[in-house]
Design a protein around this ligand. Structure first.
Ligand SMILES: [Zn+2]
Length: 271
């Protein structure tokens, strides 16, 4: 599933090709995604310039003069830049044909992605209105986390994966950040000190920026028909490593299910 680093890499990959381009035509082959693609989308954006391309959480936002196109990659979605002559594959559901001759193509085998148009403020839509800060925002800090967690009983892993607390910390990154900061995934948030919250925030930022950096090596693929960013080859220290020795202390990495998600941790390094 594309996580925040993959979405950020997608943003960096497509932006140089589509920003300031004019959408000449829109080709929709399959309207039924997670939610149906907004009706009359073609008439809303045809002939209009893409003024900017940004990201909020896992949504890519294409800003037009009269509104914003919000694209989510869901479980298996992908955006690629392809030449207009390129063959259309089975799961290529939407094309934005640009004045530059390039095509922004949305491919999504499982169709959990979405393409929604809003003519009002995208940050006030149900998709974005209630989200917590971006992980690299200054408002996401150890001090802020410490403050909101006093007296609360939730486990730290559930807490940092809650999009109202911070966006973009998926299961892999939550596991890795907790290992890097030495915090056990089941530790209750009310029992974690300010000092440890500060370390956790740095660990979350490090693990995400490492992944974004790893993704940077796939950027050149965006201009090719076969472009496929896929998953980043990142060195994972605990995720999916149950039964293997901890890279720091040689204790055996354990796996435990917390809220239906696999948690991997070192029982010695993480308290
Ligand atoms: Zn260890």
């Amino acid at each position: 599933m594309p996580e925040l680093p993959e979405v950020e890499t997608t943003l960096r990959g497509i932006k140089p090709y589509i920003k300031n381009s004019i959408v000449e035509r829109v080709e929709i082959r399959q309207r039924k995604l997670r939610w149906p693609i907004t009706r009359n989308l073609a008439s809303r954006i045809s002939g209009e310039p893409i003024l900017d391309v940004t990201r909020r959480a896992k949504y890519l936002l294409l800003t037009f003069p009269y509104g914003t196109l919000m694209i989510h990659l869901g479980m298996s979605g992908r955006l690629n830049i392809v030449p207009e002559s390129s063959r259309v594959g089975k799961h290529d559901h939407v094309d934005l044909i640009l004045s530059s001759g390039s095509v922004l193509r949305f491919n999504d085998p499982r169709r959990f992605g979405s393409i929604l148009w809003t003519s009002s403020d995208p940050f006030q839509t149900p998709q974005l209105a209630h989200l917590g800060p971006e992980p690299f925002d200054t408002s996401f800090s150890g001090d802020a986390l410490f403050k909101v967690t006093r007296g609360k009983r939730s486990s730290v892993k559930n807490f940092i994966m809650d999009g109202r607390v911070v966006v973009g910390v998926g299961n892999i990154y939550a596991n890795e950040a907790l290992f890097r900061s030495g915090i056990a995934p089941r530790r209750l948030i009310r029992n974690i000190s300010l000092h440890r919250y500060r370390r956790l925030v740095v660990a979350i930022q490090d693990v995400l920026s490492d992944a974004i950096e790893a993704g940077g090596t796939t950027l050149r693929d965006y201009s090719q028909v076969t472009g496929e960013p896929g998953y980043f080859k990142q060195d994972l220290l605990v995720y999916n490593r149950a039964g293997q020795p901890c890279s720091r202390c040689n204790s055996i990495i354990r796996r435990r299910v917390i809220s239906q998600r696999s948690s991997y941790y070192c029982p010695n390094c993480q308290r």
